[in-house]
Write a protein that binds this ligand. Structure first.
Ligand code: GRF
Length: 204
């Protein structure tokens, strides 16, 4: 079997999760899929440079330049179609997709969230806010979750989770970094491979 799943990665920022996916493809951790395009919602995001450095087509769809969510999603949809992408990976993509979009791609969009869902997730829980909330609550363990994306923010079926210890004296920044290193950069590529395999075998 040599069919491969074409992957679009949606980003908004630094793109360390994108880098983990690129590296995993190079090292063979991802062998059932191939990143064919990267789409950033933010012009100039460093993730775009990472894509270009890896020879991957990179696009910007600036949300600010779209008149509404429908136009924003329509532009993304066109790029995805043009590149024949079957799986969409949200890797630090800072925009919530509408039900109209998620319904068209059921079980074909995955996201990485930097906490153990159902804790510290949903609208408003993004970036450092997630880690601030976890530390304020006093949890001793946090982590990351990869899940399918549906119309409920962070509400789709869980694919993988990895727990990470909270240390005494942690700041949100320290916890964020540890969770990325120990969990996100590992379970996102592993989940991508798992979902690609399932797409190829028709399990999802
Ligand atoms: C990550 O913590 C991810 O879980 C969250 O946003 C951050 C993105 O980081 N959704 P990067 O752009 O992949 O470096």
């Amino acid at each position: 079997m040599n069919r491969i799943v074409r992957i679009a990665v949606l980003v908004s920022g630094g793109g360390t999760n994108l880098q983990a996916l690129i590296d995993a493809e190079k090292s063979g951790i991802i062998s059932s899929g191939k990143i064919v395009c990267v789409i950033s919602s933010k012009p100039g995001a460093y993730a775009l440079t990472r894509a270009e450095n890896a020879g991957i087509d990179a696009y910007t769809v600036s949300k600010k330049e779209c008149k509404d969510q429908a136009e924003f999603e329509d532009k993304i949809e066109r790029i995805i179609r043009k590149n024949g992408a079957e799986l969409i990976i949200l890797a630090g993509f800072m925009s919530i997709l509408s039900e109209n979009f998620t319904k068209k791609h059921e079980k074909r969009i995955i996201n990485v969230h930097p906490a153990l869902i159902p804790s510290f997730c949903g609208a408003g829980f993004y970036g450092l806010h997630v880690h601030e909330a976890a530390l304020a609550y006093g949890v001793k363990v946090s982590g990351a979750t990869v899940h399918f994306v549906n119309e409920v923010p962070d509400g789709g079926q869980i694919i993988m989770q990895k727990a990470v210890r909270v240390h005494e004296g942690d700041t949100p920044e320290k916890l964020q970094k540890r969770i990325m290193k120990q969990a996100e950069w590992k379970i996102l590529p592993a989940s991508a491979e798992l979902v690609c395999k399932k797409i190829l075998t028709g399990e999802v």
